[in-house]
Write a protein that binds this ligand. Structure first.
Ligand code: NI
Length: 392
């Protein structure tokens, strides 16, 4: 099974597909065109296709001739509300929408993997569930697909996914064991005082001064409460209060995000925010209410899966290509497909080689090295084969 040669043969098709998706970006839950192309191709390959899974999601089941494990391969399809500044011929034709994260590539890659593995149907022991997910950027797509039963009938034994990563050159793979992307929790803290005239603060209880102290003090949670060898982020991103320059408002709202790699650190951060918030508020005569929402769990790579796939990946990039500590406090809802299911989510280096300035993911000039497309197909096909095809 020379997946590298087969993926290289698909090179022009992968690039053409990726560029077509790039020209026609669609935002979360609006991926109608993209999903249509995906469903059509999966049908053409002879897969069992389900559409409308999690609104615009598509699932293709490749059933092997013999029984065995079920492998879920996940690709996300959505774009971002960004006005593209790239000037290449395949730039976005939709004003204000752009594939600025590489999901155009992910969709093309998963279709390429489906095409190659379809050729091995008579040898496959088990089945592959290709999951084309909508709305990753607004972290709602995986949840919607899970609610629509994507993890049942059959339930996957292993989940695999990848992200093109333009922070690393081609030939490098981010293959952390354990947590590789952070879990995300959003919070809203409401600080209540007593409103009044700005010129007579003695008759009011000012929640703005109280909120300012809370914003500053909760920054000590990461530096003073979290173990320095663990990771956490607490960012207050939105403060809302007041209606006029001469009114002390009744309330202040603080919104923000907490990122951690483990639930225990997350619980610690929430508890300390609660204690600091209510302690400062009490001292200032205010009250606080903290509301948290656990949006998505961390993405944690299963040690056994990582161990098993390391030699597979080494065949393509050598030992030196494996970057074991590639982690980000960014979040990804692929973790919902790995909840109780061992899996591996890896990063494929794809930085654009001839650029002098770095434009990261979600930048209006984001791009990736298209040579990473056939490489990604070969990597993913080989990773799946490790579970469902007999060793040569
Ligand atoms: Ni992304």
């Amino acid at each position: 099974m020379d997946f590298k040669a087969q993926a290289d043969n698909l090179r022009d098709e992968l690039i053409a597909r990726r560029r077509d998706f790039h020209q026609h970006p669609e935002l979360g839950f609006e991926e109608v065109r993209t999903a249509g192309i995906v469903a059509e191709e999966l049908h053409r390959l002879g897969l069992e296709v389900q559409t409308g899974v999690g609104k615009t999601g598509v699932v293709g089941l490749l059933e092997g001739d013999q029984d065995g494990p079920t492998i879920l391969v996940r690709a996300d399809m959505d774009a971002l509300p960004i006005l593209e500044e790239n000037t290449f011929a395949h730039a976005s034709q939709e004003a204000g929408k752009m594939h600025a994260c590489g999901h155009d590539g992910h969709t093309a890659i998963a279709l390429g993997v489906a095409k190659i593995l379809t050729g091995y149907r008579d040898q496959i022991r088990g089945r592959i569930k290709f999951v084309f997910q909508p709305a990753e950027e607004i972290v709602k797509g995986a949840k919607a697909m899970v609610a629509d039963g994507v993890l049942e009938n059959p339930r996957p034994d292993v989940t695999l996914g990848l992200h093109l990563w333009n922070g690393m050159p081609i030939g490098r793979l981010g293959v952390a064991t354990g947590p590789t992307m952070a879990g995300s929790t959003t919070f809203r803290m409401v600080i209540t005082g007593r409103g009044g005239h700005a010129a007579s603060p003695q008759y009011a209880v000012d929640p703005v001064v109280c909120a300012a102290q809370i914003v500053t003090a909760i920054q000590s949670v990461v530096s003073r409460n979290v173990n320095p060898l663990e990771s956490a982020v607490v960012s207050v991103t939105r403060m809302m209060a007041g209606t006029a320059y001469n009114i002390i408002p009744q309330e202040v709202e603080l919104w923000g995000t907490i990122r951690t790699f483990t639930d225990s650190v997350r619980d610690l951060v929430e508890r300390r925010m609660q204690e600091i918030g209510s302690g400062i508020a009490a001292a200032m005569g205010c009250t606080t209410r903290l509301e948290v929402e656990h949006n998505i769990p961390p993405v944690a790579n299963d040690p056994l899966v990582a161990e098993r796939l390391r030699p597979v990946f080494t065949r393509f990039v050598g030992e030196a290509g494996l970057v074991e500590d590639e982690r980000t406090m960014g979040s990804e809802d692929v973790g919902l497909f790995m909840d109780g299911i061992p899996g591996m989510y890896f990063f494929v280096g794809a930085s654009v080689p001839d650029r002098t300035e770095y434009y990261g993911h979600h930048h209006p000039r984001f791009d990736f090295d298209e040579n990473a497309l056939p490489l990604s197909v070969a990597l993913m096909a080989s990773a799946v084969a490790e579970y469902v095809l007999p060793a040569e």
